[in-house]
Design a protein around this ligand. Structure first.
Ligand code: ATP
Ligand code: MG
Length: 406
């Protein structure tokens, strides 16, 4: 993509009403557009990041034999009545609406009940989707980390036995950790004991250390034990650790997994017929990852005073190509085509701008590798290479540069 063809421009300032660092940077760099508090549009660069995060999650969920589908945003009241969760006193984040004939509908804040209903017609396995969830959240001051609409990957698994669910649940924990590793936040993401869980005492959250997060967990780094503050007393007893061995850290919940046991299937009358010819309850697991929250957490954690910093595998483009001078521009045109032919994703700053402005934009955008082609360097048959994360700048021959990027 040529920067001259990109419809977004970088901004010096974020909107005054935007207090979250992740959204300030993402707005200034042209990744997102703020429609209103907690509601963001994802612009071309932001969309590319989301698609890359989704692809990593997709590969890992496919890896544990889950099937991708996409469910509906409009949902029926009757389905949620079965579990009492249509009631605003029980679920306080519903956006509700009506058909012209006054039939009440909800905008999906979750898809747990609809998927159980749907499974009455199908073979039960593991299913997942990427869906925009709508939630009337009370507070929306964390930028894209807490949206009133946001993209979630939700997955549901259905099992004939508790043992089968447990085995799958453990596979899902491993798949989740592979996702966080590939997103570049695995080292700072902890499988955390949290409240809930039908026949286990705890559910599990995936908490990523982040100053802008809304949660606090208690961490035993040596034993790799993490506990959400809401279940601290309970969990400390259960796990046999001392409170004063634990360190409190601020975190953001980037994912969670939960087992419902047979509660939801019983409430909603979903059974399977066993070999004995009788109806049996089904066990359900529910597994979420906040796609846009994860993007916000990465923006918060990896950024610096110059702007965003993306890891290679989720950056919207791998290379930011800067041309300086007339000869530099001709060579940059050629190099742009060559890199693209070799499959490298290049954002080419072909604008007639000061070098300093191009460098500043490449830093704000957080593209991992920058290549500068200038009249002066061409005389020596060299390119300048700068690594966004380490800040390292070196002069490279064309061969060395290709070896680094391809
Ligand atoms: P939280 O405690 O942060 O409100 P939750 O317990 O409501 O989260 P779930 O309903 O289980 O979360 O959703 C699954 C995942 O979706 C969460 O782990 C989180 O990463 C993400 N998520 C939840 N609410 C939001 C939101 N308002 N904006 C962005 N991501 C969210
Ligand atoms: Mg919530």
């Amino acid at each position: 993509m040529r920067v001259s063809k990109l419809f977004t421009k970088t901004l010096k300032e974020a909107p005054a009403d935007e207090v979250a660092k992740n959204a300030q940077l993402l707005i200034r760099a042209g990744y997102v557009h703020k429609e209103m508090a907690g509601v963001y549009a994802y612009l071309p660069l932001g969309l590319r990041v989301i698609e890359k995060i989704k692809q990593i999650v997709r590969e890992e969920m496919d890896g544990i034999d889950s099937n991708e589908l996409i469910m509906t945003t409009l949902q029926r009241k009757e389905i949620w009545d079965k579990t009492t969760r249509w009631d605003d006193d029980i679920v306080d984040v519903w956006f509700k609406t009506k058909l012209k004939d006054d039939t009440e509908l909800g905008l999906g804040w979750s898809h747990e009940e609809p998927i159980v209903e749907m499974m009455k017609q199908y073979v039960r396995v593991s299913l997942y989707q990427f869906q925009t969830k709508m939630r009337n959240e009370l507070r929306a001051k964390s930028g894209i980390m807490r949206g009133r609409e946001f993209i979630m990957k939700d997955m549901y698994s259905f099992h004939a036995s508790k043992e089968d669910l447990e085995a799958y649940y453990n596979q899902a924990i491993d798949a989740y950790m592979r996702v966080y590793d590939r997103l570049g936040i695995g080292d700072e993401t902890y499988v955390t004991f949290a409240s809930g869980g039908a026949f286990t005492k705890f559910s599990h959250e995936f908490q990523t250390i982040c100053d802008a997060g809304e949660d606090v967990i208690y961490l035993h780094r040596a034993k790799n034990i993490a506990i959400n503050e809401e279940v601290l007393d309970d969990a400390v007893k259960e796990l046999g650790v001392e409170k004063d061995e634990l360190e409190a850290v601020k975190t953001a919940e980037t994912g969670n997994i939960f087992n419902f046991g047979t509660q939801k299937t019983d409430e909603m009358d979903l059974y399977y017929v066993g070999e004995d010819g009788k109806d049996h309850s089904l066990f359900i697991g529910s597994y979420g990852i906040g796609i846009t929250r994860a993007m916000g957490v990465i923006a918060e954690k990896l950024s610096d005073d110059k702007g965003l910093v993306w890891p290679d595998n989720i950056a919207p483009y791998t290379v930011y190509l800067v041309s300086i001078g007339d000869k530099g521009a001709a060579e940059a045109d050629r190099l742009y085509e060559e890199l693209r032919e070799k499959g490298v994703e290049v954002l080419y700053d072909d604008r007639d701008e000061r070098p300093g402005a191009k460098f500043a934009d490449s830093e704000l955008l957080g593209i991992p590798h920058r290549i500068t082609v200038s009249d002066r360097l061409l005389e020596k048959e060299q390119y300048e290479y700068t690594n966004r994360m380490s800040g390292e700048t070196v002069l490279l021959t064309p061969e060395e540069m290709l070896a680094k990027l391809v």
